[in-house]
Design a protein around this ligand. Structure first.
Ligand SMILES: NC(=O)c1ccc[n+]([C@@H]2O[C@H](COP(=O)([O-])OP(=O)(O)OC[C@H]3O[C@@H](n4cnc5c(N)ncnc54)[C@H](OP(=O)(O)O)[C@@H]3O)[C@@H](O)[C@H]2O)c1
Length: 229
């Protein structure tokens, strides 16, 4: 039986590749995009793989998130998965104390508050459908080659959300599951199409993540390094 998956930021990059993979697995996919033209263009390409719909959503705007959640709940009562994928990185090369507070707020709104608010708004429906909430995330410790303050400071609370929601889902014996996937390094617009030995293409990464997303194991509360699954 076909069920519906909502992916935010699915007009390009990892989100687009995930949409393609999941359509090929016979799911109905709702492509979340903040821009009508970019969203429609993506949906047109994706429609060759299956049943795909466009939902406008700006995850940095609470009103837009609430409207989108209402539309999705009204039109797709069989929603079984939300993939919080939309994200920005901010400046990835700046020294920590050169960021302005405003830059930190922008990335935090998009990467954390957006995912939190959308999850909260769709939780009743996802709980009813024994659904899954998947968050595309990453490690937040500073390393020699990777220590972007705004980006890591916005993904850290997303990781805390996965842990906290997961804990409470289990405590309250809820049927919904929440987990995080850390894809490793994927060559996209977000990192100016970084190249290197361990860098994946969006399509490689999406294939790897789809296997985990569709695995039957209970992954609630976990943050999974996809290369170690
Ligand atoms: N690439 C990596 O190596 C990597 C590693 C770990 C985690 N991730 C995570 O994976 C996710 C996808 O990243 P990506 O590499 O595929 O980046 P990407 O190619 O830049 O795609 C990001 C997507 O998010 C959308 N987006 C950004 N801000 C938005 C907003 N306010 N409202 C709605 N949509 C918004 C973008 O839409 P527009 O086209 O309108 O900008 C685009 O569709 C992000 O959460 C990122 O942090 C990526």
């Amino acid at each position: 039986m076909m069920s519906t998956i909502f992916i935010t930021g699915a007009n390009k990059g990892i989100g687009f590749a995930l949409a393609e993979e999941l359509l090929k697995k016979n799911f109905r996919v709702i492509v979340g995009a903040r821009d009508l033209k970019r969203g429609s263009d993506a949906v047109k390409i994706l429609s060759t793989f299956g049943e795909v719909h466009l939902q406008l959503i700006d995850v940095a705007d609470l009103e837009s998130i609430r409207r989108a959640a209402q539309d999705v709940a009204k039109n797709f009562g069989d929603l079984t998965m939300l993939i919080n994928n939309a994200g920005i990185a901010g400046d990835m090369h700046k020294t920590a104390w050169d960021f302005s507070a405003q830059e930190l707020i922008e990335v935090y709104m998009t990467d954390f508050i957006g995912a939190f608010e959308l999850t909260k708004n769709l939780l009743p429906l996802l709980e009813k459908n024994h659904g899954r909430i998947v968050n595309i995330t990453m490690p937040t410790n500073a390393t020699e080659f990777f220590h972007p303050l705004a980006y890591q400071a916005a993904k850290a609370p997303m990781n805390i959300m996965i842990d906290n929601f997961g804990f409470e889902f289990a405590q309250k014996k809820m049927s919904a599951q929440i987990f995080g996937l850390m894809p490793g390094v994927v060559s996209t617009d977000l990192n100016n199409h970084i190249q290197g030995a361990h860098v994946k293409s969006p399509s490689q990464s999406a294939k790897q993540m789809t296997e985990i997303i569709l695995d039957n194991r209970n992954l609630n509360g976990q943050i999974i390094d996809v290369d170690k699954f």
